[in-house]
Design a protein around this ligand. Sequence first.
Ligand code: FAD
Length: 310
Amino acid sequence: PFDVLVVGGGPAGAAAAIYAARKGIRTGVAAERFGGQVLDTMGIENFISVSHTEGPKLAAQLEQHVRDYDVDIMNLQRADKLVPARSEGGLHEVHLENGATLKARTVILSTGARWRQMNVPGEDEYRNKGVAYCPHCDGPLFKGKRVAVIGGGNSGVEAAIDLAGIVAHVTLIEFDSDLRADAVLQRKLASLTNVRIITSALTTEVKGDGEKVSSLVYKDRNHDTLHEVELEGIFVQIGLVPNTEWLKDVVALSPRGEIEIDHRGETSRPGIFAAGDCTTVPYKQIVVAMGEGTKASLSAFDYMIRLEPV
Ligand code: FAD
């Protein structure tokens, strides 16, 4: 069995694996896609101490750094069941889709999250070419340009307020007849002069010139008419979905499906830890995920050295 089994190979999982391996304990990582969301990212300019890098390059470096240690990497393996130890100090079981079962004294869950997509024509084609999901990451790329934010919940309105300070103009598009964000955020948004709010609007298409985004088409749901907004960027803010569906009955999840953790990365189950975008940690960012993976790993080690020897 593993001493530490990490499920998920993004920044959180890579950090957890490295910290565990450096303790000289048996460490494994099972990941559906090693690198995680980083693989889908183009320019990264907020990975502190590295002015600019690219997602696939950082993902390869993450994997290389893990491979520097004696870590059993099981890539392209999706976990579909976690059976917690029956008694404290017993072995947890992680079942993989391929039928294999992995056993471990401690488990670190770092399965990340995925941005909910609009699923309209042009969205995939222009991803990273104007279609963006992370205002903290990509906002500065649109300095002085026109953008839209899709979604009028808290994250959409926060994004619109944030972007309004950087870009020339923001169009906020909400499907419902009202914004759903907190009143204080809505008041702040309404006070900004370079923001236009459009409600009862369904985005139907992202258009571009073949290279980058040039406009967005939406349907006015009250009048059933189509409208086109010329712009350079579109921030989709209709939800970040944690990859925790398979953990529902095993560890406590928040109403949004995030794994509830304390400040040490402990879940509701002894010996099971969690880190990064799949958890309740605020701010989903690479450096945050790495710090969280580190914390969870050191906590797992701390837990292990207190167990009776087997
Ligand atoms: P993830 O990166 O999501 O990794 C999750 C891992 O778990 C993956 O290996 C996945 O395959 C695996 N997994 C999921 N389910 C299972 C399962 N059931 N079994 C086994 N494995 C599983 N952040 C920044 O700091 N700067 C940026 O510039 C930036 N740009 C971004 C651009 C885009 C387009 C996106 C989508 C995100 C961006 N982010 C950026 C956010 C950043 O990528 C995430 O915060 C970070 O990757 C989270 O790390 P994580 O390890 O928690 O999860």
